[in-house]
Design a protein around this ligand. Sequence first.
Ligand SMILES: [Zn+2]
Length: 264
Amino acid sequence: MLVDEETAPVVRLIFGYALDGHGPNYIRRRLEEEKHPCPTWWNRKRGHRNIHTKWEKKDPENGRYIWDFTVIKEILMNPVYTGAIASQKTEYRFKIGTIRDKKPEDWIIVEGTHEPLVDKKSFAIVQEKLKSRQRPGQSGEINLFAGLIKCGECGKALTIRNTHEKFPKRVFACKTYNAYGKQHCTQHRIEFDTLYSLTLNKIRECAAAALTDSEAVADRLTNTCEAEQKGQREAMERTLAKDEERIEVLEKMVLRLYEDMVAG
Ligand SMILES: [Zn+2]
């Protein structure tokens, strides 16, 4: 394997940003600003795979400069750039195909097979930095609003994080904004405490209304619940239909295997 001189600079750049302590989201914003085409575009240019990303479909002019978060993370975690070859990165089942990604510690790595783009020490530092960025549960507090609040503009979830201040606050912001920057959505920032008190006030208001005119409130609640249940039922029916399809495929597969066994 040889170093690809056309794409090597961008790989070095990505590792450089990561070594400076920046995460995949920051790197993605920089790559877009600096107009570096994404790997899907390179693949197409070289006639490998004729696939367009959703961003390229949306914006044929500039979509190529929008990188996927996971692509950057995969590059940063891929030992191939240190001169090693990693294989068996996914788990594969006969007749089903790839089922899931394996953990990096389960990859098979052959060292020193080609010229490295990144030295081993830098690669190890980047792995540590990536790990330290994953702060599971952050403060360990439970997010009361998990899965409940969405961005009014783009419909994606609002995600919570702690600000880097002396007295950190928990704030929500649009996931699209966090990931892709201000070209794609606005922040829609709201502090957890503000949202909490607004919600609490609303609940108190409803409770007070229920005390004065219980019938009207009961009607309103029933209407809301019915609409929600209808939506949920439809979603469940769709899932069920998919599951049934899947079972049918599996049954055929088992039958074929059985036939093979009998024949063999
Ligand atoms: Zn948004």
